[in-house]
Design a protein around this ligand. Structure first.
Ligand SMILES: Nc1nc2c(ncn2[C@@H]2O[C@H](COP(=O)(O)OP(=O)(O)OP(=O)(O)O)[C@@H](O)[C@H]2O)c(=O)[nH]1
Ligand SMILES: [Mg+2]
Length: 319
């Protein structure tokens, strides 16, 4: 997991990492020299979570490089972005530097869920954490604000370390939970395969089009760009005819939805089915035998208990 901590010089970034991750006391790190460029360290947090910590020295000459030649390296693939400012500095350099950081993090990591902002040194009598908070949030668009989490902290008193540890614990929890879900999803697609005489199932995450799991293991492919099925004209036409048929049969009309498409090759059928707006299941039948095809249709029916299990897991996950 890549942690990037950036912010103005002297804010307390290195002090935080050393005390939270290396078990050093604050006194032991009180006379740290300014960090020159990026200092990288790897920690195994709680023996579980490997953290690659990128501590970005805040002096201007280094900052220019982060947003220049080193941009791709510094800002890409960040899992945990932290911006640290001190609570003493309220001047007109603070906000533009912050906006630049937030903008770059979101640009390079569009799926990032949270950017943490630590307003440090609140132990000092001149600390103005509320003013700094106001300065950083004034006229901030709400879609940006909701991705930011502000915390007034003190590395000296230990609250910054507590907060960082809390964040890392949450990441561990989330990962363990997701692992469990992933294993369950994997076993469900295997169950599908066993019940359909060997069809292959590939489950795609709808949001990014990436494979969640499949009966072919992990493999890379182009993202599935089937964002939503659209066939509006045909759909309304089919709907009308369907209603007529049901009327003639004296059967109840229930809503029709376009959630499955079927394609055919000389030797297979290929199904793509939307799963509760969260995922798309792609199925390649083993052959074109009636039995193989019927089994697939049966398994992806909303009332099939294994299919229901799949829906339940996806419903409560944020994979
Ligand atoms: N009073 C007080 N001082 C702090 C706190 N956190 C850090 N400091 C002091 O602030 C100074 C700068 O700390 P660093 O951790 O080196 O700051 P930095 O953000 O890494 O600075 P650069 O590497 O230059 O970007 C040191 O003298 C720290 O002891 C705090 O919570 N309270
Ligand atoms: Mg430093």
């Amino acid at each position: 997991m890549k942690l990037l901590i950036l912010g103005p010089a002297n804010a307390g970034k290195t002090s935080l990492l050393k005390t939270a991750m290396e078990n050093s006391s604050f006194i032991a790190v009180e006379n740290l020299p300014p960090t020159r460029g990026i200092a990288r360290e790897t920690y195994l947090f709680r023996g579980l979570l490997e953290i690659s910590a990128w501590d970005a020295g805040g002096q201007q000459k280094y900052q220019d490089r982060y947003y220049g030649s080193q941009e791709e390296n510094v800002f890409s693939s960040v899992d945990l972005p932290i911006y640290m400012v001190d609570a003493l500095t309220v001047d007109d350099t603070v906000r533009p530097a912050f906006d630049k950081f937030v903008g770059k993090i979101i640009e390079k990591n569009p799926n990032i869920s949270m950017i943490y902002v630590f307003i440090n040194k609140i132990d000092l009598p001149d600390a103005k954490e509320e003013k700094v908070f106001e300065l950083l949030t004034k006229d901030l668009p709400s879609e940006i604000h909701k991705r930011l989490s502000f915390t007034p902290v003190s590395v000296k008193q230990g609250s910054a370390q507590q907060k960082l540890i809390e964040i890392c614990d949450k990441i561990i929890e989330q990962r363990i939970e997701n692992m469990g879900k992933l294993n369950k999803l994997r076993s469900i697609v295997e169950e599908f395969k066993a019940n359909t005489g060997g069809a292959d199932f590939i489950l795609f995450n709808k949001k990014d089009g990436l494979i969640i799991t499949s009966t072919l293991g992990k493999f890379t492919t182009q993202t599935l760009q089937f964002i939503t099925f659209q066939i509006s004209a045909l759909e309304s036409n089919v709907h009308e005819i369907y209603m007529k048929v049901m009327e003639l049969r004296n059967q109840k009309v229930t809503p029709l939805s376009l959630n499955t498409v079927v394609m055919e090759s000389a030797s297979n059928f290929v199904f793509a089915k939307e799963v509760e707006g969260k995922a798309t299941l792609m199925i390649v039948t083993k052959d074109k035998k009636l039995e193989s095809v019927m089994k697939v249709v049966e398994i992806i029916s909303d009332t099939n208990p294994i299919y229901e299990k799949l829906i339940n897991i996806l419903e409560f996950s944020n994979i």
